[in-house]
Design a binder for this molecule. Structure first.
Ligand SMILES: [Cu+2]
Length: 80
């Protein structure tokens, strides 16, 4: 019983940490885009796609998927 409670608490903690992660990543992407990075049309389209997908996933509560998707956009933009 105690172990289950701990596991649940750990899960909730991980979930909320990730919930903060996505908006932070989106902010980084938006900031990078505001600087008009040198991207090919295909790259720019991909970044936009991942950025939108990440936001949708975040709103759906799928934070891990959101972080993973936003990471792809960040990789194209070369954000660390
Ligand atoms: Cu999220």
């Amino acid at each position: 019983m105690k172990r289950a409670t701990f596991a649940l608490a750990a899960m909730l903690f991980a979930g909320s940490a990730l919930a903060f992660h996505c908006p932070a990543d989106m902010k980084k992407i938006d900031a990078a885009l505001a600087k008009k990075p040198q991207l090919s049309e295909a790259q720019a389209a991909e970044v936009k796609k991942y950025r939108a997908e990440g936001e949708t996933l975040h709103k759906a509560g799928k934070h891990q998927e959101s972080v993973d998707t936003l990471a792809k956009a960040m990789k194209i933009l070369d954000i660390k």
